[in-house]
Design a protein around this ligand. Structure first.
Ligand code: MUC
Ligand code: MG
Length: 367
């Protein structure tokens, strides 16, 4: 069970349709495949999706920090020493997705070693999640047409609408058009990726007061401490902290400071070990959790659903598990399938996924 080697392989797969939101856009999945090899020949896998505009990580930076900083600190530890791995990687404050991918690859390798699914090792609550789909910036008619296609093709009935443009009516018109078209047959919430000021956000939320939103997420900068607290105090829907609450300390600060009332857990940035800690904290604080997505590929999504299905609190709401649908291709031998609005956890030991060697050879950038 000893960790012998950690690989970090950069790969690039284009999106058929870029996802645009207030803090950036994603045109190509420039991710890093992480493989943790044990001395017994077991290989655990996970992917790190850098989001330079949010966390400052880049593909080249992830490859470098894993190769030069993280791998040397964990080679020689065993797969059950996950707390030691967490402590060693935790000496570095940044690099969340690099650390998370190593953590999840170790859990995959551990599950394969003991012959158990990661989701069962984590909590084993259910075997599937309802799926929520993100609608990126576009004209109202195109976003309604996209929602219709997603409903008809995949049965998904929960949508997160990206907002944060100016004037706010650009976005509120989209949410209104969706509600008018689909009535109460869909669930809707909005994510501003810090794009508005607190007062713009309040203006927009007032315009959408009759549209029965589930949540509002990260509408304005968390650093505007008083403005955000002022905003959250006036809303009658839970306010989700996403990029402002990556660590457990962030969650505590945001929630006790009155500037968040729900949280997004993204395995892409807190792995399984950190996400477990955040889940337990949220449970203790009585917060709603939305299982988020960092525009993950299929491997990242397999990790997310394995985590989300493991607990009652994360499985209660639809999880953001569909960004991979817009990728031209992926790395898994057997693609993930969303149907009836649900994604099932992969059966089998570990994460239950295999990397297709031909696809990896085609998309890797380091050869
Ligand atoms: C989200 O919830 O913000 C977009 C960028 C990113 O890092 O995550 C996504 C979705
Ligand atoms: Mg978000």
């Amino acid at each position: 069970m000893k960790i012998a080697r950690v690989e970090a392989i950069p790969f690039a797969i284009p999106y058929t349709k870029p996802l645009k939101f207030a803090s950036g856009e994603v045109r190509t999945a420039e991710h890093v495949l992480v493989r943790v090899h044990t001395e017994d020949g077991v290989v655990g896998v996970a992917e790190a999706p850098p989001r330079p505009f949010t966390y400052g990580e880049t593909q080249a930076g992830i490859v470098a920090v894993i190769g030069e900083v993280f791998a040397p600190q964990i080679v020689g530890l065993t797969l059950v020493e996950r707390e030691a791995v967490h402590a060693r990687l935790g000496r570095t404050v940044g690099n969340p997705t690099a650390k998370a991918a190593i953590d999840m690859a170790i859990w995959d390798a551990f599950g394969k070693t003991v012959g158990l699914a990661v989701t069962d090792l984590l909590g084993g609550y259910t075997d599937r999640m309802r799926v929520s789909h993100m609608l990126g910036f576009d004209e109202p008619a195109s976003m309604v047409a996209e929602a219709e296609r997603i409903i008809q093709t995949y049965g998904i009935r929960t949508f997160k609408v990206k907002v944060g443009r100016r004037p706010v009516t650009l976005d509120t018109a989209v949410v209104r058009a969706l509600r008018e078209k689909f009535g109460d047959s869909i669930e809707l919430y909005v994510d501003g990726n810090r794009g508005w000021t607190a007062s713009e956000a309040l203006q927009a939320m007032k315009q959408m007061a009759d549209l029965d939103l589930l949540f509002a997420e990260e509408l304005c900068p968390a650093d505007d401490v008083l403005g955000r607290r002022w905003l959250v105090g006036q809303l009658n829907v839970p306010f989700i902290a996403d990029e402002s609450a990556v660590t457990q300390a962030d969650v505590t600060r945001e929630v006790l400071g009155g500037s968040a009332t729900a949280i997004s857990i993204k395995t892409a940035r807190t792995g399984f070990t950190g996400s477990q800690r955040t889940h337990h904290l949220a449970e203790g604080l009585g917060l709603e959790i939305v299982l988020g997505n960092q525009v993950d590929g299929q491997l990242g999504t397999a990790c997310a659903v394995a985590f989300g299905a493991a607990y009652q609190l994360t499985a209660r709401r639809a999880g953001e598990l569909s960004n991979f649908l817009d990728m031209r291709d992926d790395l898994l031998t057997e693609p993930l399938q969303i149907s009836g609005g649900e994604l099932h956890v992969r059966p089998g030991a570990g994460l239950g996924v295999e990397i297709d060697p031909d696809k990896l050879a085609r998309y890797r950038k380091d050869t």
